[in-house]
Write a protein that binds this ligand. Structure first.
Ligand SMILES: C[S@@+](CC[C@H](N)C(=O)[O-])C[C@H]1O[C@@H](n2cnc3c(N)ncnc32)[C@H](O)[C@@H]1O
Length: 243
């Protein structure tokens, strides 16, 4: 009723890459354009790398994601390398100046084992002094409390179909939040339900994983204007360096 390809197209409609609208997109655009070679881990539909190429990036751009339907949209641009797989699957060896995990893709790494394997693979993919930039939602502001049906989004897709999308929390266990995203017709007829778990690591736990993988934290921000992490920050934005 609502295919994976439909879901990937809807993702782009709800989350357009737009640095004028989203300061986070501008933050990453600046890092990407300044790096000769970029690996975007969890690239999804590839919109950040598409924008980089359109903006004149002439170096190597590689997107990695396990979601085939999202990658099929990414592949609409053929002047970028697209690879199917998880972060932990990455097998590059000292090839990139910059690795990214944007739009909170890092939070998809939910188990300690997956986090360790993913960070090790990203570390190995970076050249000496290469940087890994990513953000994770700070657990202190409990973003998941806004993910409920009263915050539903109404949208008309590319084929003119009216849709309603909403989230519902299933469980919060330790630092793991599991929720569903429901895509429905405006009368409530359900077309699709996707279940996701995201991990909300705090600063200390995050830094312990980074240090164990060999990364040094070069910069840490609590907002997209590069302010420090405070008791009200919604984000933990990290630029880590391969030592
Ligand atoms: C919120 S989306 C962000 C997509 C894209 N970075 C963007 O900015 O639109 C999270 C992405 O992470 C991907 N993902 C999930 N688990 C992953 C893993 N273990 N390794 C790499 N990517 C993963 C998903 O398939 C999805 O495309």
């Amino acid at each position: 009723m609502f295919s994976d390809a439909d879901a990937a197209a809807l993702y782009d409609l709800l989350n357009p890459w737009d640095p004028k609208r989203w300061p986070s997109d501008g933050f990453y655009d600046g890092l990407v354009m300044a790096a000769d070679s970029v690996l975007d881990v969890g690239c999804g539909t590839g919109s950040m790398l598409h924008r980089a190429r359109e903006g004149g990036h002439a170096g190597r751009l590689v997107g990695l994601d396990p979601d085939c339907a999202a990658l099929a949209r990414a592949r609409r641009r053929t002047d970028i390398e697209w690879v199917e797989g998880t972060a932990a699957d990455a097998e590059w060896n000292a090839e990139f100046d910059l690795a990214t995990m944007v739009s909170h893709a890092f939070q998809c790494l939910v188990t300690d084992h997956e986090l360790r394997a993913s960070l090790a693979a990203i570390y190995a993919a970076l050249r000496e002094n290469g940087r890994f930039a990513f953000e994770t939602r700070h657990p202190q502001t409990r973003a998941w409390e806004d993910w409920n049906p009263s915050n539903a989004s109404d949208v008309t897709d590319a084929s003119g179909r009216a849709l309603r999308v909403w989230h519902e929390i299933e469980s919060v266990v330790g630092d793991l939040v599991t929720f569903t995203a429901t895509t429905a017709e405006p009368d409530g007829a359900v077309l699709r339900v996707d279940r996701t778990s995201l991990r909300f690591l705090g600063v200390a736990a995050l830094d312990a994983f980074l240090a164990e993988a060999g990364f040094e934290v070069e910069a840490r921000y609590g907002d997209w204007n590069r302010g420090p992490v405070t008791t009200t920050s919604r984000e933990i934005i990290t630029i880590a360096r391969r030592a």
